[in-house]
Design a protein around this ligand. Structure first.
Ligand code: HEM
Length: 517
């Protein structure tokens, strides 16, 4: 009887070597693919089994999961998070956690502050950034920058970058923000009384980009206006398109080539910029004001790290992260705040009075302490972040099995923290009431154990927003001065009917036309 060995020997001796090689390669490939399929289905079945007890969101099917309701929601002009938020809110009286599926990805969603505490604070290490879905289209831009890294690299970078965005640099933000609002007012003055509307969302986008460009790289406003709309904004636009049309990442269309070329021009611009700055520091050139880049370079020198191409690349990711994270979110917050103030003279008057007190008639530059004392203006900004949830959802991928809100959740599950739902757990959530955040207001009445997780526009815990103090300081200066100098009228009579984009951050889709009276 022939053994398997005899069969193989006979097979090999009768065939040419090329034939044998191709048979071996295809057999190995088949074994590899079958192995992959087996381990994939094993993991899929395991996740399905563990999540069995978690209530399922409606309208899914067993082939594509909940893709269809999410896509139809986007087609109706809402964000996919609106659909998830709706499921969570509907289920809330029965359960705090719901599950859904996007193709092969199992996901759970919730808004409960106790769950947020676990994900953001006590167990944050096992709730890693969701690079497979939500952040995937932004990876060519953000790479291993702070927002999209995890573990030791994130820890190292956070320690390096953290000090650059805190304390001293914040004093400079007041000057930078005041200069930028002066420039904006000079541009707007000819429109005053003309009855012509100006899109304040677009103006805030340009202003916040100038502020972050100057704060991080000491770029002059004209330079920001020249470089960013040409290189940075189009790559961001393409990345946003890729969120809803992921195939754009893989098909080499003219837009794909343009994206690549702009990315490489932007990277070269930044890397040359860093090299020149590093050289001038080595030559002992003193600059009148330290920007965020100088402060990061101070930390690099203090850490003894060697300046090489990998350090340049990482710095490039970090600076693009600051540009991305630091301008559109702030612009959306300012837009909603100004819009709401223009609808209510009482709120507007309170902000104006604070501005009179802080800046006086001569409009001298205030101290940090004076800006910090503008508590009503701060409450207006917070209420805008609550009501409009500029970042309505953040997602994570679970690295190890865990228990969340009383349910077992397996490793590999995507976890959607629906911040918008948390912000709706206030009394009359659709009403704009800045007093909620004033001393003794609704926010202070929440139980101490959950209070910090009832207002989460910047999330909480070790991975909270590094630029939150910068953003709130800048916004107080900009909003209060604009209210002091002009009377604003919105073209929209109310928030009803203003469409939102289907990507984050959430601002008004068709801009915010406003008239200066
Ligand atoms: C109103 C304005 C802003 C809002 C609502 C906002 C919101 C957020 C949120 C929700 C996160 C967490 C994202 C996640 O974990 O997936 C985040 C992270 C971050 N933000 Fe902001 N942000 C704002 C302004 C800024 C500014 C001005 C900067 C920089 C100058 C900035 C820099 C960052 C960075 C570096 C992170 C990552 C922190 C880490 O993971 O360690 N943000 N922001």
């Amino acid at each position: 009887m022939n053994t398997l060995n005899d069969f193989i020997v006979e097979y090999i001796s009768e065939r040419p070597p090329v034939h044998v090689a191709s048979t071996v390669i295809s057999s190995l490939l088949a074994i590899f693919l079958i192995g992959k399929l087996l381990s994939f289905s094993q993991a899929f079945m395991y996740r399905s089994r563990v999540l069995k007890a978690v209530p399922t969101a409606p309208d899914g099917n067993w082939i594509v999961g909940h893709v269809i309701p999410m896509v139809t929601c986007v087609n109706r002009g809402m964000g996919a998070w609106d659909q998830i938020s709706y499921w969570v809110t509907k289920a809330q009286d029965k359960t705090k956690l719901i599950k859904f599926r996007i193709l092969d990805t199992h996901a759970v969603a919730f808004s409960d502050p106790v769950g947020l505490k676990r994900v953001f604070q006590t167990h944050y290490k096992i709730y890693e950034k969701d690079l497979k879905l939500s952040y995937h289209p932004f990876l060519p831009i953000l790479g291993t920058g702070l927002v999209t890294s995890d573990g030791d690299l994130w820890q190292k970078q956070r320690t390096l970058m953290g000090p650059a965005l805190r304390v001293d640099v914040l004093d400079d933000i007041i000057t930078i923000a005041k200069d930028s609002v002066d420039r904006l007012c000079a541009k707007l003055r000819p429109l005053q009384g003309s009855g012509r509307a100006v899109d304040m969302n677009e103006e805030f986008r340009l202003l916040t980009l100038q502020v972050i460009g100057e704060a991080v790289l000491s770029m002059a406003p004209e330079e920001c206006d020249k470089i960013f709309p040409k290189l940075y904004l189009p790559v961001m636009e393409e990345a946003n398109l890729r969120v809803l049309r992921p195939y754009r990442q893989y098909i080499p269309t003219p837009d794909w080539f343009k994206f690549r070329s702009r990315m490489s021009q932007l990277n070269s611009f930044l890397i040359n910029f860093f090299r020149e700055r590093w050289q001038s520091r080595k030559q002992g050139v003193q600059r009148p004001r330290k920007d965020i880049l100088d402060r990061i370079m101070d930390s690099i020198e203090a850490s003894g790290a060697k300046w090489d191409s990998s350090l340049e690349r990482q710095l490039c990711y970090e600076v693009k992260t600051f540009l991305l994270a630091g301008h559109e979110t702030s612009a959306a917050m300012l837009t909603w705040s100004l819009f709401e103030l223009s609808l209510c003279e009482e709120h507007m008057q309170k902000v104006r009075s604070e501005a009179e007190l802080t800046f006086g008639s001569a409009e001298a530059e205030p101290s940090r302490r004076n800006v910090d004392a503008m508590s009503y203006t701060l409450s207006v900004l917070k209420e805008a972040l609550r009501k409009y949830s500029v970042v309505p959802v953040v997602t994570r991928t679970l690295a190890k099995d865990d228990e969340l809100l009383g349910h077992k959740v397996p490793a590999g599950t995507m976890v959607a923290c629906v911040l918008q739902g948390t912000h709706n757990m206030y009394e009359d959530p659709d009403q704009f009431r800045p007093d909620r955040f004033m001393p003794g207001g609704e926010y202070e009445q929440f139980d101490d154990a959950i209070k910090a997780y009832m207002f989460v526009p910047f999330i909480q815990g070790p991975r909270n927003c590094l630029g939150q103090h910068l953003a709130m300081l800048e916004a107080r200066v900009v909003l209060s001065l604009l209210c002091k100098r002009f009377r604003w009228k919105t073209v929209h009579g109310s928030a009803q009917g203003i469409r939102h984009p289907t990507v984050i951050p959430v601002g008004p889709l068709e801009g915010m036309p406003m008239v200066l009276e």
